[in-house]
Design a protein around this ligand. Sequence first.
Ligand code: ACO
Length: 318
Amino acid sequence: MSFAKISGTGIYIPDKILSNKDLEALVDTSDEWIKARTGISERRILDKDKATSDMCYEACVQALKNSHTDPKEIDGIIVGTVTPDYMTPSVACLLQDRLDTRKIFAFDLSAGCAGFIYCLNVAKALIENGQAKKLLVVGSENLSKITDYKDRGTCILFGDGAGAVVLEESDEPGILSVCLGASGKEAELLYTPGGGSKDPNGYRFLKMEGKEVFKEAVKVIQSNSLEAIESANLNPNDIDLFIPHQANMRIIEAARERLDLPLEKCYVNIERYGNTSSASVLLALHEALNESKIKKGDNILFSVFGAGFAWGSAVIKW
Ligand code: ACO
């Protein structure tokens, strides 16, 4: 049996910055409140004439370059997103054309913020069972397009961005474990009521009961992380770097403490990007690598919780 490992990462971050000060002009909030309650200072906003696939394309080009992979070597593209360019076709199909790959399979997967972890699990399985050798696995969100900039409970949190990895066949284990879960009972605590086939009038802003989501996120990130660590036959103190979903600094801190992981083992960049949903751990992974915070052999824990509710944790050996 072969294993699957990440051989290259890439990201795209829009140039335009929306700071907490800028938000003070839009809603009744303050820089101090946002920083204290979320850890966020600013987030990136994609130009109105650009879409999710534009960000994915840039992230994929960088990931291919970093993994020394020609697009023609790619056997499939899987994109995690809740903000596709169109309801159909998928962002992955648009990428197949733009990246000029062979006419390989390409599809999107919707699992809220956990989109990338879900995609990673599918890609891992396809590689381990011999159906593919090299895959592009992507997480990208244009959340500014579904954010209501009159709702201070949500607009302070979200930002745009994309991340991609090349996942490829390997002789040694790379993705040690992935544990996923979902609970649709809480669907309407965090959802976009418009845009689907039940949409009566095209209403599309994301709505959230922040407090309820917060409480559940802290609990599930702890239990799901422990599940993934155990499934990788490791203990929490074997984890060299914890890359949590960058949703709220207080959620990250509570989860880190519950997992008894020291501060220096936790990677955080939420202050610069806010919550970028399925791009979040990819932005953090890429930046941690560029800052030399990851070395060969390190055990890295990803853990994400979001809309669905859907969640996923993964342990990878670098
Ligand atoms: N600025 C100033 N005051 C505010 C703001 C704001 N932006 N938002 C809320 N408040 C006020 C409230 O009105 C309330 O005032 P009151 O006490 O007079 O009634 C007070 O601040 C406390 O409000 P809460 O909603 O209880 O604030 P909380 O501490 O829960 O923070 C937040 C709100 C930041 C939204 C938090 O609940 C959160 O981060 N939730 C989880 C988000 C998350 O993780 N989402 C999951 C992933 S997203 C995805 O899947 C797409």
